[in-house]
Design a protein around this ligand. Structure first.
Ligand code: TRP
Length: 458
C-alpha cells in the first residue's frame, strides 16, 4: 500500500525545498516570454481575465490533484499511474496518461531549449553594449539577424540542452535548491526595475489598460488562455506529479499549490507590466509574436541608467529560470528509464537529451529555412510552422487533456478515502477541492475544447 512506498530517487529535504523546486519549474519562459506575446496576440484584457480564471478554477485544483497522485504513487508518472490504478482496483489502461505526459514534456523541451538559447545569446548582445541608445527598428533588426541564422540558433540550443542534461544527470535535488532560493527573488527584483523604467516611458497607463480592460477574444484565444494556465503552472504532464513524489507525507499540499500559483501569476503580470508600456511607447505591435520580449526589453536596457548591467543580469536570470523549468520537463522521462530499464541517471539523461535536441532542430529551422513550411489539421489548426504546431499540440491539447484526466482520476476514479488521506486538509477545503475537480474543472476544460472547435458557442 501507499503508506510503505518510498521514492527510489530520494526525497526533498523539507517542504520549502519542494515549493522552491516546483516554483522553479513553474516560473520560466512561460511567464516572461510566452505570457506577454500571447497576451499581445490575443488582444489583452479579456485574454488576461480568462487566463486568471483558469489559474484559479482549473490550475490550483489540478495542481493539488497532481501533487496528490505523485505523492501517493512515489514513482515516475508512468509507474505512478500503474500503481494507483492497481491500489484502487481500476483499469491498468490509465498508464497512457503517464505516457502522454512524458511525450508532452519531451516535445515542449525540444522548443523550450531553442527559445532559452535566444535568451542566452541576449546576455552577450546586451553585455557588448549593442543596445545602448538603440531604436525600435534597431532592436528589431538585431532580433531578425539572430533568428534567421540557423547555425547560431543551433549552437545556443545545443549549449542549453547540454546544461540541462548535466543537472538532470546529477539528480534534480542537488544545486536546484540554491538556484531557486537566491536567483528567483533576484529575477523578481529586476523585473520590478524594468517595470519602474516602464513607468517613466509615459505610456504606463496604456500598458495597464491593455492588460486589464476587457475587450474581445476569439474562440481560439480562450483555448490559448486555458492552455497557458497549464503551461505556466507546469501542469498536465507529470512534472509536478514527479516533484510531488519526492515530497514527504507531513506537508500540506494545499498551501504549496496556492503559493506556487500566486508566485507564478505575479511574475507573469509583472512581465506584462514591464513590456506593454515599452511596446506602446515605441509604436511597436503588441501582436509581434514570439520575438516580443526580445524586441522590447533591449530598448529598456539601452536607455535606462546602468541598463547594460541590469540587462546582462536579467537575461542571465531568465536563462536560470528556463533551466529550472527545463529540468522538470525531462525528469519524468528520466525517472521512468531509471525505474524500468535500469539505466543510470547519466545514461538516461544523455539519451533523452540527445533525442530532445534532435527534435529541437525543427524549431531552429522554423524561424529561417522552414519559415514558410506550414501544416494544418482540419478543424484544429491551420498553417502553423513546426514550432507553432508543437506549441499548439502540447500547450493547447496535450496539457489540458492530461489535466482533465488527472482531475477525473483524482475525483472519480480514486476513492474519496484515498484523496482525503493524502491531502489531509481542513474538511471545508477538502470539500471545496473535491467539488472543483469533480465538476467545475472537467466541465470547464471540456467546454473550452468544444468551443474552440466550434461545436458550442460561449
Ligand atoms: N512552466 C514552465 C514555464 O512557464 C514550463 C514548464 C516546465 C512546463 N515544466 C512544465 C510546462 C511541464 C508544461 C508542463 O516556463
Amino acid at each position: 500500500m501507499s503508506e510503505k512506498r518510498t521514492s527510489i530517487h530520494g526525497q526533498w529535504a523539507n517542504r520549502t525545498v519542494f515549493i522552491l523546486a516546483a516554483t522553479g519549474s513553474a516560473v520560466g519562459l512561460g511567464n516572461i516570454w510566452k505570457f506577454p506575446y500571447i497576451t499581445g496576440e490575443n488582444g489583452g484584457g479579456t485574454f488576461v481575465l480568462v487566463y486568471l480564471l483558469c489559474i484559479a478554477l482549473i490550475g490550483i485544483p489540478i495542481m493539488m490533484a497532481e501533487i496528490t497522485l505523485g505523492r501517493r504513487g512515489k514513482q515516475s508518472p508512468i509507474n505512478t499511474m500503474i500503481a494507483l490504478a492497481k491500489d484502487e482496483h481500476r483499469n491498468p489502461g490509465w498508464v497512457w496518461l503517464g505516457w502522454m505526459g512524458v511525450a508532452a514534456g519531451f516535445l515542449i523541451l525540444s522548443y523550450y531549449s531553442v527559445i532559452a538559447g535566444w535568451a542566452m545569446s541576449y546576455i552577450f548582445r546586451t553585455g557588448s553594449g549593442m543596445f545602448l541608445g538603440v531604436t525600435a527598428d534597431g532592436v528589431n533588426s538585431i532580433f531578425t539577424d539572430l533568428v534567421s541564422d540557423p547555425e547560431r540558433l543551433l549552437a545556443w540550443h545545443t549549449i542549453f540542452m547540454v546544461m540541462t542534461m548535466m543537472i538532470v544527470a546529477r539528480g534534480v535535488k542537488q544545486g536546484l535548491e540554491k538556484a531557486v532560493t537566491y536567483l528567483m527573488p533576484l529575477l523578481f527584483g529586476l523585473l520590478v526595475v524594468v517595470v519602474i523604467y516602464a513607468m517613466t516611458t509615459g505610456y504606463f497607463m496604456q500598458g495597464v489598460e491593455f492588460l486589464f480592460t476587457p475587450g474581445t477574444i476569439t474562440r481560439e484565444g480562450v483555448l490559448t488562455a486555458m492552455g497557458h494556465a497549464f503551461f505556466t503552472l507546469s501542469l498536465g504532464m507529470g512534472a509536478i506529479m514527479v516533484y510531488g513524489s519526492y515530497l514527504s507525507e507531513e506537508y500540506s499540499i494545499t498551501q504549496a499549490a496556492i503559493w506556487i500559483a500566486i508566485a507564478d501569476t505575479v511574475v507573469a503580470l509583472l512581465a506584462g507590466l514591464a513590456i506593454f508600456p515599452i511596446v506602446f511607447a515605441n509604436g511597436l505591435e503588441p501582436g509581434a509574436g514570439p520575438g516580443l520580449i526580445f524586441q522590447t526589453l533591449p530598448i529598456a536596457f539601452g536607455h535606462m541608467q546602468g541598463g547594460t548591467l541590469v540587462g546582462v543580469i536579467f537575461f542571465t536570470l531568465l536563462v536560470f529560470a528556463a533551466w529550472t523549468s527545463a529540468i522538470s520537463l525531462i525528469e519524468p522521462a528520466v525517472a521512468y528509464l531509471v525505474e524500468n530499464k535500469g539505466l543510470s541517471r547519466i545514461y538516461a539523461s544523455v539519451w533523452i537529451g540527445f533525442l530532445t535536441w534532435f527534435v529541437g532542430l525543427g524549431t531552429v529551422f522554423s524561424f529561417n529555412i522552414w519559415k514558410d513550411k506550414t501544416m494544418s489539421i482540419p478543424y484544429i489548426f491551420d498553417n502553423l510552422t513546426f514550432f507553432d504546431t508543437l506549441d499548439y499540440l502540447t500547450a493547447n491539447i496535450m496539457l489540458p487533456l492530461g489535466g482533465l484526466f488527472i482531475a477525473i482520476f483524482a475525483a472519480w476514479v480514486m476513492r474519496e478515502q484515498s484523496t482525503k488521506e493524502e491531502l489531509a486538509t481542513h474538511p471545508v477545503i477538502y470539500k471545496t477541492w473535491r467539488f472543483l475537480v469533480r465538476f467545475v474543472t472537467p466541465l470547464a476544460v471540456i467546454i473550452v475544447f468544444l468551443n474552440a472547435v466550434g461545436a458550442i458557442k460561449i
